[in-house]
Write a protein of this length. Structure first.
Lengths: 172, 359
């Protein structure tokens, strides 16, 4: 087995293990930390695929910014392990049904999907590099790119509007 | 062949690692010496000549203190906090180019841990992760003041990261490369980025002060409001790791500043020195000596910026927290965006005119 394949199996094992631990762990802080570990192993996968830009951006945006905000919120909520609200059986059954359905859908999609064969000799290993990515984004996909940035701008303005103190509101 | 390259790479990374630790260690000594100089007193002068063994004595003291974990703290995360802080601080120095190449036996060795085409993004990602050490440690201490200090430190870091990233974009627009090695080699011949990006440099250095939690932005630690901040509950070497990580961050950010804005290992008259040396000593030895001079220049610039950090620390009073946030969000970010627009306009319109005029 060559080294990149063994790396792939190790990373996949780590990804799945930490993703399962996100769901299983009782302490929400531990869940968040396992989620960060999951993002890290996903970045490892990107590096194995020679997509360094995607790996770095994944770390900066998800692990570096979004998960920090998750941690913020959870730390302020001050959740204790013994205060976990008990769920009744109906909720548990409903959750099991929904989760099972999603699993069946995913499995069906996986069975139906055809993985296109590729020719390793003609495959351009530089396709995930930042230069080719930039060319692709700013030439072929310029309109979707700009639309996505407008969407983000609208979301940002909305967040500022929601967070703004209104006139007459209490000043903390 | 493969084994030789592997061992060369391992040796380079090991040297970078040791150098980072060594410089950070002696920064703690230099900080006290500079403080002493500025406040007109001696500074450490008991351990060794000029107090040079003081860092070792401090490390010994730290190790022999009681390693205390509070009863209600989350034990594993309490230990993980300082480890994460140290880990993320040390990761960043891997991509810094310390010099050009070193030649022996037909091998060309880059004086750089890893040459990556996303170098600057890597540094930025590692800096973004630096928050976790503080937050995890602060939360795991199970202490209100630690938690508040951690939240303060983390919000300060993520606020200033935005302005820092925006000020970097102007540099990237000029160099059209994300690789640190490439950015340095483009500044060859006195073409330092500081002359093109003075505003970007000021924004960047302000943000790096805030990222390192240094005065005037050392708000996370505040005796009157927060006791010791996020490391209130820490003692022994765990506290040592937190403090040491700060000095490593200082070294790394000084190195990044000299790479991005001050030409890294480039210095005026470099080509003349190179030809003189290669004529006198032959291509191989001359090249190596020239590289060593470049590396020395790089370290000179870096050490100057470390000194600058200390100089500012003992000169300027600190901000209030709301002033800090206003400066970050309402002043630095608009300024950085303005800088990007100016740079874009200059690259598009001014550069063709000037190149046509010069030719």
């Amino acid at each position: 087995m060559n080294s990149s394949v063994s790396f792939f199996y190790f990373l996949s094992f780590l990804t799945i293990l930490s993703a399962v631990m996100v769901v299983v762990s009782r302490n929400p802080i531990h869940s968040v930390l396992y989620l960060i570990l999951t993002f890290f192993s996903l970045s490892g996968h990107y590096i194995l695929l020679n997509a360094q830009f995607l790996a770095a951006v994944n770390i900066i945006v998800y692990a570096g910014a979004i998960m920090v905000l998750f941690l913020f919120v959870i730390m302020f909520l001050n959740m204790k392990q013994d205060q976990e609200e008990t769920k009744n059986n109906l909720t548990k059954i409903a959750a099991a049904v929904v989760g099972g359905t999603v699993f069946v859908i995913l499995f069906g999609a996986y069975r139906k999907s055809v993985i296109p064969a590729f020719n390793p000799d003609q495959f351009d290993s530089q396709i995930g590099m930042i230069e080719s990515l930039g060319n692709l984004l700013f030439r072929d996909y310029l309109l979707p790119f700009e639309l996505a940035s407008i969407l983000l701008l609208v979301a940002m303005v909305g967040a500022v509007m929601l967070g703004k103190r209104e006139i007459g509101e209490r000043h903390f | 062949m493969d084994l030789i390259e592997f061992s060369i790479k391992t040796a380079t990374i090991f040297v970078v690692f040791v150098l980072t630790l060594l410089i950070a260690m002696y920064s703690t000594w230099a900080e006290r010496k500079v403080a002493g100089f500025i406040q007109d007193r001696m500074g450490p002068n008991r351990a060794g000549p000029g107090g040079l063994l003081q860092p070792l004595a401090d490390a010994g003291k730290m190790f022999f203190k009681e390693d205390f974990i509070p009863a209600l703290a989350n034990k594993w995360l309490f230990i993980a906090g300082p480890c994460l802080a140290m880990l993320t601080a040390l990761l960043a120095s891997a991509v810094i180019p310390f010099g050009s190449t070193f030649r022996f036996d037909g091998h060309e060795v880059n004086l750089q841990g890893v040459e990556s085409n996303i170098g600057i993004l890597y540094v930025f990602g590692v800096v973004a992760l630096g928050v976790y050490g503080i937050m995890v440690g602060g939360w795991a201490s199970n202490n209100k003041f630690s938690l508040l200090g951690a939240i303060r430190a983390a919000s300060q870091n993520i606020s200033y990261e935005v302005a820092m990233g925006l000020s970097l974009i102007a540099i990237l627009m000029m160099s059209s490369s994300l690789s640190l090695g490439e950015i340095v080699s483009q500044q060859h011949g006195g073409n330092w980025n500081i002359f093109y990006q003075p505003l970007g440099f000021i924004i960047f250095i302000t943000c790096s002060f805030a990222e390192c939690n240094r005065v005037p932005f050392d708000l996370p630690e505040c005796e009157t409001e927060l006791v010791g901040g996020y490391h209130t509950e820490y003692g022994s070497m765990k506290l040592g790791f937190y403090l040491f990580a700060e000095y490593i961050n200082m070294f790394v950010s000084s190195a990044i500043i000299s790479v991005l804005y001050f030409g890294g290992y480039n210095y005026p008259g470099m080509d003349w020195v190179y030809t003189q040396l290669t004529d006198a000593l032959g291509t191989q030895t001359g090249h190596n000596v020239a590289t060593l001079i470049g590396t020395a220049v790089f370290f000179g610039k870096t050490l100057f910026f470390i000194f600058f950090y200390m100089w500012v620390r003992w000169t300027i009073p600190r901000f209030r927290y709301d002033q800090l946030m206003n400066l970050g969000w309402k002043k630095l970010i608009p300024l950085a965006i303005f800088n990007i627009i100016i740079t874009g306009a200059a690259v598009l319109f001014l550069k063709p005119v000037i190149t046509a005029w010069l030719n």
